[in-house]
Design a protein around this ligand. Structure first.
Ligand code: S3P
Length: 445
């Protein structure tokens, strides 16, 4: 059990300096899974040491894979596609939707029994979106509410490929089915309404696992002839973690921040497009590629922002950044509307409700809609506005906690955020990094 910590934000200084952020959470999950199923030893460097990914690491250890952990590198002794063994106890995926849904896909096609569970938030989140199509593939999965909710009990079976039209654009659904497809007879095709993040596909390419993409469809031939060998994976910095400092630098006057080696996968960079359309000043420096993923350094300087319309076509590539975008919109000049974002209601918290509540308590003017929100910014005449310091709650959601912290930097008085232990799920040392940027600005005063 982690203790419910709190964080106090003392505003009044710009953010300045050059920093790095944790490794990408999505890429780290996939790196652990695919190196565990590889033949031979792999290293996973600059990985995300958040609890979510550590839980995925522990899950594969419980499935018989030797993984040696050091702060910078995981050494994974892959057991090949058919080398996993039955866990002796339920596997706890903690707070991680990606962890539980992707691992469910892997376990559905094994020849043993397993149980997956997680924390209170995970046990409220929809699992039917993976359970239903996996059952169509022949999987035997039981769970609360007919398999809609975890814990999930999986009796591994021989699966068969299907063609599945997903009602949601979800990389977790797509990846769960792609991983199940690896262990299935025949072809598995997943089609989604809009392209979700493609880290699984990129990592398949990196390991030489064949698949086909056509528009928003991706297909994989099961039980592939190839057995992929372990190799080093270098995880890019997490743009979703960098986003807090990017928005902080954009909205706190006098800021100038460079974040090094950030993942720039186009299925993730919606935040940069939205912020630029709001008037943000973001430079992309030194673009390059690492382990099949584009990366760059990002430099952001403060500018006045203005409201924009964010519609359904921008949602998948921006999905995790809405909490922090709400902060940008709340201080911008003019109105921001977000539509087609109903998926936000089934994240670590209902992010439409939790962000509206927390930002309203800080003086923001927000209307909730079933599929988004309307935010009337506090900025005026080419100046960003200021939120009001208050005592807020994270609602157990790491991104809500970090977003409120950044919002607090614009206030005249301090902001206390309660229940901040959840930040460790994705961004251990967030507060220390933020202080580093505030201190750096203190040095140049
Ligand atoms: C993720 C996919 C997204 C995202 C989540 C990470 C992934 O969820 O919100 O934080 O790594 O596949 P959905 O697939 O449910 O949209």
């Amino acid at each position: 059990m982690t203790m419910a910590a709190s964080m106090t934000i003392q505003p009044g200084r710009p953010l300045k300096g050059t920093i790095s952020v944790p490794g990408d959470k999505s890429v780290t999950h996939r790196a652990i899974i695919l190196t565990a199923l590889a033949e031979g030893v792999s290293t996973v460097s600059s990985y995300c040491r958040g609890e979510d990914c550590l839980n995925t690491m522990r899950a594969f250890q419980a499935l018989g894979v030797r993984i040696e952990e050091s702060p910078d590198v995981l050494q994974v002794y892959g057991k090949g596609m058919w080398g996993l063994t039955e866990p002796t106890a339920p596997i706890d995926c903690g707070n991680s939707g990606t962890g539980i849904r992707l691992i469910t896909g892997v376990l559905a096609g094994q020849d043993f029994f397993s149980v997956l569970t997680g924390d209170d938030s995970i046990r409220r989140r929809p699992m039917g979106r993976v359970v239903k199509p996996l059952r169509t593939m022949g999987a035997t999965i039981a769970g609360r509410k007919g398999g809609e909710l975890a814990p999930l009990a999986i009796t591994g079976t021989r699966l068969k490929g299907i063609a599945y039209q997903s009602p949601v654009s979800s990389a977790q659904v797509k990846s769960s089915l792609l991983l199940a497809g690896l262990f299935s007879d025949g072809l598995t095709t997943i089609t989604e309404p809009r392209l979700s993040r493609d880290h699984t596909e990129r990592m398949f390419s990196y390991f030489g696992i064949p698949f086909r993409r056509e528009g928003c469809s991706v297909s994989i031939e099961g039980r592939p002839a190839v057995r992929w060998a372990g190799k080093p994976v270098l995880v890019p910095g997490d743009l979703s973690a960098a986003a807090f400092f990017i928005v902080g630098a954009a909205i706190v006057p006098g800021s100038d921040v460079t974040v090094r080696t950030v993942g720039m996968n186009p299925t993730r960079t919606g935040i940069l497009d939205v912020l630029r359309s709001m008037g943000a000043h973001i430079e992309v420096l030194n673009p390059r590629e690492e382990a099949g993923e584009p990366v760059a350094d990002l430099r952001v300087r403060s500018t006045p922002l203005h409201g924009v319309a964010i519609g359904p076509e921008l949602i998948p590539q921006t999905i995790d950044e809405f909490p922090i975008l709400c902060v940008a919109a709340a201080v911008a000049e003019g109105t921001t509307t977000i539509t087609g974002a109903e998926e936000l209601r089934v994240k670590e918290s209902d992010r439409i409700a939790t962000m509206a509540a927390e930002l309203r308590a800080m003086g923001a003017r927000i209307e909730e809609r079933p599929d988004g929100m309307v935010i009337h910014g506090l900025g005026q005449a080419g100046r960003n506005g200021r939120l009001t310091g208050t005592t807020s709650s994270s609602h157990g959601d790491h991104r809500v906690a970090m977003s409120v912290a950044i919002g607090g930097l614009t206030a005249a008085t301090s902001t206390v955020i309660q229940d901040t232990a959840c930040i460790d799920t994705s961004f251990p040392r967030f507060e220390a990094k933020l202080l580093e940027l505030l201190t750096e600005s203190g040095k140049s005063l």
